[in-house]
Design a protein around this ligand. Structure first.
Ligand code: HEM
Length: 199
């Protein structure tokens, strides 16, 4: 209970400043995060303590618009995702249905990777460069829908416990749900048929 209160206050105190532009201490490297072209050090935007520089004004604008509209920012940015992943793994490791998968896993690394993955998947500013989900899970023998559902259940419960808006939880869970085939190493489902074919 104490732990939950601590995490909640951590989220509340940090989330307010997490996604705010301004007071930047670090500077990104010289490549534009939008175009991949060399960045102009005069065209910058500060986000979550990092100053990003861009190839041109249009890229800067796209980056700021993407951030403003992102689920990542609506959820509270880096501080909120970090706190959610910490709480999520407390739940996962306490659950006998799935915790044995993590027996030999370095959980500090795992938490860092999950934070990176979820941040990028939810529209955070830093691209995910870890293993793709298919190869990350292919060696986990016997992984099936029941395990996936348990993991998704813990993520949903975590976001609910952190008092995230139910509508945002729904959006986040849809993104996580879209990884099911990759995590379970199944062929991806074909895209839905085009509705324009209906007379
Ligand atoms: C719900 C969707 C899931 C997502 C988004 C997800 C995400 C990830 C990510 C990002 C990694 C790290 C990849 C890397 O090494 O770079 C990872 C590894 C891992 N995941 Fe998942 N995962 C999901 C479901 C599951 C499920 C259902 C289980 C088992 C119950 C599981 C167990 C593991 C384990 C044990 C590893 C470590 C593998 C290793 O280091 O050898 N994951 N996952």
């Amino acid at each position: 209970m104490k732990k939950t209160i601590l995490l909640l206050s951590l989220v509340c105190s940090l989330a307010a400043s997490a996604a705010e532009p301004g007071s930047s201490k670090e500077t990104s490297n010289g490549t534009c995060p939008v175009t991949g072209k060399p960045a102009d050090p005069a065209i910058t935007y500060a986000y979550e303590g990092i100053t990003y520089s861009f190839a041109d004004e249009a890229s800067r604008q796209k980056f700021t618009n993407d951030r403003a509209g992102s689920l990542y920012q609506k959820l509270g940015g880096k501080a909120a995702i970090d706190a959610a992943v910490e709480l999520f793994y407390v739940k996962v490791l306490a659950d006998k249905r799935v915790n044995y998968f993590f027996e030999d896993i370095n959980m500090n690394k795992q938490k860092r990777k999950q934070k990176e993955f979820l941040s990028a998947a939810l529209g955070g500013p830093i691209p995910y460069v870890g293993k793709d989900l298919r190869s990350a899970h292919e060696s986990l023998g016997g992984l099936n829908d029941t395990h996936f559902d348990a993991i998704a259940e813990h993520l949903q419960a975590t976001l609910t416990e952190l008092k995230v808006d139910p509508q945002l939880i729904g959006q986040a869970m849809a993104i996580v749900g879209s990884t099911r085939d990759a995590v379970l190493n199944r062929p991806a489902k074909p895209a839905a048929a085009a509705t324009t074919a209906v007379p």
